[in-house]
Design a protein around this ligand. Structure first.
Ligand code: GLC
Length: 615
């Protein structure tokens, strides 16, 4: 798309539409001489009041500023002076997934005037169950519009809850299962709108000061506000107001948002074949900004991404600072997706090289150092410590006393899993579901490890699924550990919320992993457990207790990603071929290029060596 066309596509006649209901004289007064803003938003502290500049409007001066960014930004984002230059390459790996014949391809026409709850879903392949019908009704009720167009779903719509907090916002991570349900139903418009509007919210300024988002950061959530155009309150406009963590409880910055955005972009493009969107300069630049932020040099030498506590789905203090598995799995997946989507040209070739290098090192590192099974635990149990040398066996100086007593009995003979975190002298042995499942989906693990993880879940069904799939992590932290690590967080008491609670939204990721590994029967079993209770329990956000028997102490009802996760799981099971919009296959080429600094002789690890590590 050329410059003018892209700019025109970005302008929404929102303000005028709202003005038409106000007095016309006020309308002409305020509209005269005022340029319509591109996606207007509330001013952000430390940011100019007129929203973000679009990439193709960036001046030559700021381009040269960007190129002088120095060593902290090794992969500068190319901002082409001629936007067409960015689309002259090709998309080498990109395969479109076709809808099954029976799928409705057209988005049903919007019926704005009607009560959203009355809108029936598009024709299903088979008779839907009552629970599915209710889920679709609730999912549609959660849809929010901006300038008359659907742009996302609120996190929860719980009529009985008086304390809304930020659950009335559209969270990037929460919207993913909603988006998938809509995509698989052929309703693609809401996803396209979401992708483009959140792109406009992405932090575009280069900031070095505190309390403002760094360039490339995607918000955790956004809200649509209606604000007066002037003091007379005669006309109003809608603005998208993002939260990068400045207002969030604990002020946590969302590292996962940008990664999810990339993953969803690929899923959308694979299912719709909308390459025109993918090739847009603003979309290409958005991907590059996210990746540049992730690939920027720091003090860390690991290929894993170094983050603060609470930077993902677990957005409270839970001892997951450092290199938590969830972020690494999403990072790997986003890198794989980006590699398929980035247009190859002079401006992007360095970034693509950096992506390939990182992918190789990251997969080696996780496969080798995060994987535990019976054999590995036994090795750690006999580790020597304080080894100073390049060829140390116990590279991270792990003291065997760290092996928790629960693990000694818990680790099954067959199978294994990726640990939650790895730092010097510290292995977090907790099992985190999302990270493990997403590592399967993205092929961050070897196929054998992926099988091993599912086999462990099957073996430990009563701990990880029990009365409600799926435990967010296992086991819970108790007593002093809970006091010190969570800071005595009353929401994260043992076996509640993030600390060993059960989250039905994780069902869709479990289903995805099961389909990828050819084990749909496991997913079917888990879905049946959830289907028993979700509707009767009013679609809770999470469940409490060791076996997930009680609805969570402070759980919202009608939590959108619970609803959407259920629908997405069912639809994926019925159309397993659609799983490929989210998954990546094992790429042996990547293992070839792995130059791992942590390997004993600093030699390149060959494909065979890398495979034999994890065999
Ligand atoms: C909670 C969850 C977070 C989710 C948000 C909205 O903060 O921890 O993962 O995105 O609620 O549902």
């Amino acid at each position: 798309m050329g410059l003018a066309a892209a700019a025109a596509a970005a302008v929404r006649p929102c303000r005028r539409r709202l003005l038409s209901s106000a007095s016309t004289s006020a309308a002409s007064k305020t509209a005269a001489g005022t340029a319509t803003r591109l996606f207007p938003r509330l001013p952000h502290p430390h940011q100019p009041p007129y929203g973000r500049r679009l990439p193709f409007l960036v001046s030559a001066a700021s381009q040269s500023q960007a190129s002088q960014a120095g060593p902290a930004t090794p992969v500068p984002v190319p901002v082409p002076s001629d936007p067409r230059a960015a689309v002259s390459g090709n998309l080498p790996f990109f395969d479109r997934v076709l809808f099954p014949d029976s799928f409705p391809l057209e988005t049903p026409p919007a019926r704005e005037e009607e009560d959203a709850a009355a809108v029936e879903p598009a024709a299903p392949l088979r008779e839907e169950t009552e629970t599915e019908r209710e889920a679709w009704r609730l999912l549609r009720r959660a849809v929010v519009s901006y300038c008359g167009e659907p742009v996302g779903t609120v996190a929860a719509e719980d009529p009985e809850c008086t304390e809304t907090l930020n659950y009335d916002q559209v969270f990037i991570r929460d919207f993913v299962p909603s988006a998938l349900a809509f995509l698989m139903r052929g309703e693609t418009e809401i996803v396209r709108n979401f992708l483009l509007h959140t792109l406009q919210l992405q932090s575009w300024e280069k900031t070095v000061d505190c309390y403002s988002p760094g360039q490339g950061l995607m918000p955790a959530s956004f809200k649509i506000r209606t604000v007066p155009l002037d003091e007379n309150n005669e006309g109003f406009e809608e603005v998208l107001d993002p939260d990068f963590g400045e207002a969030a409880i604990g002020r946590v910055a969302p590292v996962d948002s940008g990664l999810w955005w990339i993953i969803l972009l690929r899923a959308y493009c694979k299912i719709t074949g909308d390459n025109a969107l993918l090739e847009r300069v603003d979309v290409q630049t958005g991907i590059q900004l996210i990746l540049s932020l992730c690939l920027a040099d720091g003090f860390d030498m690991f290929p894993t991404l170094l983050v603060t506590d609470g930077s993902c789905m677990i957005d409270r203090r839970m001892g997951i600072h450092g290199h938590p598995l969830e972020i690494q799995a999403l990072f790997y997946s986003a890198l794989r997706c980006s590699r398929e989507m980035l247009v190859v040209n002079n401006g992007s070739k360095n970034l693509i090289r950096a992506i390939n290098n990182r992918l190789s090192a990251l997969s080696f590192h996780i496969r080798e150092y995060y994987w535990v099974d019976m054999k590995k635990i036994n090795e750690i149990y006999r580790y020597k410590t304080e080894e100073y040398s390049h060829d140390a066996t116990n590279k991270f100086n792990i003291y065997p006393e760290q092996i928790p007593s629960w693990l000694v009995d818990w680790i099954p003979e067959k199978g294994g899993y990726l640990i939650g975190n790895l730092q010097p002298a510290h292995m977090d042995f907790r099992f985190f579901s999302l990270g493990n499942l997403w590592a399967i989906a993205s092929s961050l693990t070897t196929p054998k490890q992926a099988e091993g993880i599912l086999s462990l879940i099957e073996e430990k069904w009563d701990d990880l699924v029990a009365n409600m799939p799926l435990k967010i992590c296992y086991p819970a932290m108790e007593d002093d550990e809970w006091r010190i690590i969570t800071g005595s967080d009353p929401k994260n008491t043992p076996w509640s919320y993030h600390n060993g609670g059960s989250w039905p939204t994780l069902l869709w990721q479990f289903t995805l992993a099961c389909i990828k590994m050819g084990r749909p029967e496991l997913a079917r079993r888990a879905i049946a457990v959830a289907e028993e209770r979700l509707s009767d329990d009013k679609w809770p956000e999470y469940y409490d207790t060791r076996s997930g028997r009680f609805i969570g102490k402070q759980s919202r009802s009608y939590q959108t990603w619970t609803i959407a996760g259920f629908l997405t799981s069912k639809m994926l099971l019925e159309n397993p071929e659609l799983a490929s919009i989210l998954t990546c296959d094992e790429d042996l080429e990547l293992l070839e290029g792995c130059a791992c600094c942590l390997s004993t002789k600093r030699t390149r690890c060959s494909r065979r060596a890398a495979k034999s590590h994890t065999g």
